[in-house]
Design a binder for this molecule. Structure first.
Ligand SMILES: *Cc1c(COP(=O)(O)O)cnc(C)c1O
Length: 350
């Protein structure tokens, strides 16, 4: 089939997956109630299920990963507090300034390769208790790390970060939008990561393929606050069981296959890395590939438009950097097709 007639190979994000026919059937058949009144049985079932997976007392279903993180940040802080997080973190780059707008907090950005930082970095960022200073209140860890190329945190380093946080009375939040990928990669259970955190968020709409939905898990007390801020931020919805059913279906059927996406990402990186003028920017740890364009190429935005015209969709994330994400709706043969098409575009471009 000519490239122009083929459906595009969409590697922009793992959020582009469409609900499968079986998932749609599960949604259509979902038993529902009014989740604002607290009696949607499918939402209740999902919340119990995800709390158990994370080894926490309770969970709150929310529409998006952004709302999950922002409800957690609001739950753990007061205006004027400071949140310690990596400079490349999602809460800084992709959540519209919400920590400032919704919680009135400052963020103390840490550096370190691949979105990872060390316990010692936290130690030196914590402010002494003083009426002069913002109050250090919360540490946010992102696992896997999006702008860090999908990097996976070392469990020992998480434990060390927690040790510092506890000593200074800071809360710990895990942005686990892709915790599923971290667990698939390492074999370490989500609950084993989550044990080091007061709250953990996770997304059902990325690698797991649900159309929407995230959750925050934690103690009953923390989740009661998250639940209050979900309402305040406009995220309480009614017959949400139709969405929760998709998330439950995703947990049952799409969790075990994530290492396929990781293998596809490795294959894609090998193929792209062999194309003259392209260089793999960060080690491929999970389902993401970031690559940089040589100076002789057009800018990343223009090159991604050339790819789009040939039927491959990827996102530019910096002037010379492009990201490709592997997911449920991309097969191994499409990965090979994508490599071929990028190679052709590169030949024309350089
Ligand atoms: C996608 C993502 C989120 C939340 O995104 P939404 O688009 O709001 O669902 C949060 N953290 C990380 C690391 C993400 O990649």
């Amino acid at each position: 089939m000519p490239d122009a007639l083929r459906p595009p190979i969409d590697l922009r994000s793992d959020t582009v997956t469409k609900p499968t026919p079986e998932m749609r059937r599960a949604m259509a058949a979902a038993e529902v109630g009014d989740d604002v009144l607290g009696d949607d049985p499918t939402v209740i079932r999902l919340q119990e299920r995800v709390a158990e997976i994370m080894g926490k007392e309770a969970a709150c279903f929310v529409p998006s990963g952004t709302m999950a993180n922002q409800c957690a940040i609001r739950a753990h802080t007061e205006p004027g507090d400071e949140v310690i997080a990596h400079a490349d973190s999602h809460i800084i780059h992709y959540e519209t300034g919400a920590p400032a707008a919704l919680s009135g907090v400052m963020i103390r950005p840490l550096s370190g390769p691949l979105g990872l930082f060390k316990a010692a970095d936290v130690e030196s960022a914590v402010r002494p208790v003083s009426s002069h200073f913002a109050k250090s209140a919360l540490v946010v860890v992102e696992n896997t790390h999006n702008r860090g190329g999908g990097a996976v945190w070392d469990l020992g380093e998480i434990a060390a970060v927690e040790g510092v946080a506890r000593r200074h009375n800071l809360k710990m939040h895990l942005d686990g939008a892709r915790i599923w990928n971290a667990s698939a990669k390492t074999g370490i259970a989500p609950a084993t990561y989550a044990r080091h955190f007061d709250t953990v968020s996770c997304c059902f709409s990325k690698g797991l393929g649900a159309p929407a939905g995230s959750a925050v898990c934690g103690t009953r007390g923390h989740i009661a606050r998250v639940h209050r801020f979900r309402k305040m931020f406009g995220g309480a919805m009614r017959q949400t069981g139709v969405l929760a059913a998709a998330c439950l279906y995703a947990l049952d059927h799409h969790l075990d296959r994530l290492n396929e996406d990781h293998a596809h990402a490795q294959r894609l990186a090998e193929g792209l890395g062999a194309i003259p003028g392209l260089s793999i920017a960060m080690p491929v740890a999970t389902n993401m590939v970031f690559f940089d364009l040589a100076e002789t190429f057009p800018a990343a935005q223009a090159f991604s438009e050339q790819l789009e015209a040939r039927g491959v969709r990827m996102l530019s994330t910096a002037p010379r950097r492009i990201r490709a994400v592997c997911h449920l709706d991309v097969s191994r043969s499409q990965i090979d097709e994508a490599i071929r098409i990028v190679g052709e575009a590169a030949r024309m471009a350089r």
